[in-house]
Design a protein around this ligand. Sequence first.
Ligand code: BGC
Length: 745
Amino acid sequence: MNTKSAFAVAAAFGSLACFAMLDDAAASKAARETLAKMTLEEKVLLTGGSGTMTLSAIPRVGITKEWTMSDNSSTVRPQMKRWDWGYTEPRSENTKLPSLSALASTWDPEMARLHGEVLGAEMRDRGVDELLGPGVNIARTPLNGRNWEYLGEDPCLAAKMCVPMIKGVQSFDVAATVKHFCLNDQEWNRNNVDTHCDLRTLHEIYLPAFRAAVQEAGVLCVMTSYNKIDGLWASENKYLQTGVLRDQWGFKGLLETDWGGQHSNEFSANNGGGIEMDRGDEIKHHFNPKKETLPLVDAVKAGKVSEATVDEMALHVLYVMAKTGFLTGAPRKAGERNTKKHQQIARLIGEESVVLAKNDKGVLPLDAKSVRKILVVGKNAAEKQCHKGCSGEGNVPYEVTFIDGLKARLGDGVEIVLMPIPKGAVKASDDSQLAVDLSGVERAGGHLDKEAKKAKSSEPSLDEIKAVALASDATIVFTGTELGYDGNMESEGRDRSNMLADPGEDESIAAILSWNAKNTVVISRAGTPVGYTWVDAAPTMLMSSYLGMEEGSALARVVFGDVNPSGKLCHTWPKRYEDTGVAQLGTYNEKEVVYNERFYVGYRWFDRKNIEPMFPFGHGLSYTKFDVSLVGVEAEKDGGWTVSAKVTNTGKVAGREVVQMYVAYPDAKVERCVKDLRGFAKTKLLAPGESETVSIPLSARDLAYFDELDHRFVTEAGRYEILVGTSSRVIRGRATVEVGAESRF
Ligand code: BGC
């Protein structure tokens, strides 16, 4: 295993980071001093973009250049033009790391720190001041077009992964932006849909990652979402913007709308609204940079908005500018980009994220030395993805597809044959597999018909594929999704039209699996669950999300055992869409979405209804075996506990295991989930026979539910059960702790 060398990279990289941000008091002072020098007109200039990705320079008061922003959560997107969505040319190139759904699948906060540090370093080198990421919306439905850009279905996992990532970004004296605040858990009609979620569910499921970003990571920027919440645009919602974000969580930083998410001038300003961002020539509510008009100044003069409100808005921006050293001219950390080290980290995070879903017959890892001919079925194995994904896209110096990765790993002597997965088995016009009526959303139907027909005429027959498979040393089926706007791809601004693989693929894969060709492996590459129908017939299966520019190298290294997979699913994989809570309670539409399933999201729903998923949340096997046992639960002075679990590698190769800690509620007097993830720990690389005892902290607050009447979290007195396991369905140890008296947070 070469994983050790990859960890050496991680360790070496660690020494580069430091926390050089100005402290709060100094930043607030600098911000206030600058504000005091500003005219009303100048303050208003800071309440909106001066272009698509910039805020105004105001040299008279010491803001000598424009503040610059760039997407996204996995790369620093090339710079955009001032007035539109186009890129300035020549486009800059940057490292593209794995998507956040992959990062979450590492279950390793250390990977999140590295991920953030690479982004921070690349931003500094590009002169970008604010990164528009990470996105921490929750995977409420597998159809959400942007699940690949988020950290999975569980608030604890999302919170624990976004904190080190944000710290990593900001350790380079630049700002991170947690987005999209909030309840933007579908893309279908995201610009207009009205979402309704009870307060308890909101605080227990959809807000914890945002709260952790603010309170634990000190994130400097928050982006509101496009959707409405209880009839009010998220960017005008006083309860969330002022009540929760500012007053309850103490957020002092820059709040901004998603691009085009501002709908008013005084109403938003008077309801805690942030600065207005949009495509440059569309910015208009607070001021219009193109026409150089200042409607917010007019609103102040007409007495509709107080100058104190504008002061607050400008102060938040100045505070962030001061924190990063942008305003004060304090030396900022130097960055770098496209270095070997960054590329190695991209590969390392990818490797750590890959999930071994099935290895029933021990087919994996393949032995590179005994392979002379490999068949890969699935054109996506050679299809580049890094330049796709809308605001999630990047421009990379190179991209290693899976086919490239195989070639590099195996060298010249091995024949690699690539064939598409035939779609001919399905009638081109068969739309019966659509699980929900999505009339109104940009739909795939017509495209699929055309594509299926086109593909059918040029695709090889199953017999032709079979002949190659039977003559090969290994057959790898590469299936899943693609990023983009055709067919049922994953992308921003629209959802998948169903949870299925492309028409015809399932039937062809079932046929391929029935041949029992030597060493048949399925790789599923998707950022969201896909309802494959052939899984029971597949003894060997790897699951991966979008891994960025080193995807092919990472996957090839897992396939051939250079890396022992240690990823765990960050989504429950349902067998079919109809099994999900959202599908069963009928709350998915494009107008008024009621979160009727409440906090029963992901595994919480499958637990409650006792539904067998295709793969449970947290699932992931290894090329070795681990013995996992609960060592003990020690009470701490602060009212919390430390839960210890011992992991022993009882197999033959080195590997890492993730210990997952769930909590159950035998004495609860209020409705609770069957269990909730409350912590986890990933071991170091354990040699065969080696053990490690991991410690997972558990606080009294971790046991709490949100009391809507009191608007606080409450931990009831009584017994709580601690479950320690290796997935949400494999529990290896249990213990009980007792809480003597109720506490509120
Ligand atoms: C997306 C955001 C992105 C912004 C700027 C919006 O359409 O929802 O995630 O940061 O555009 O590109």
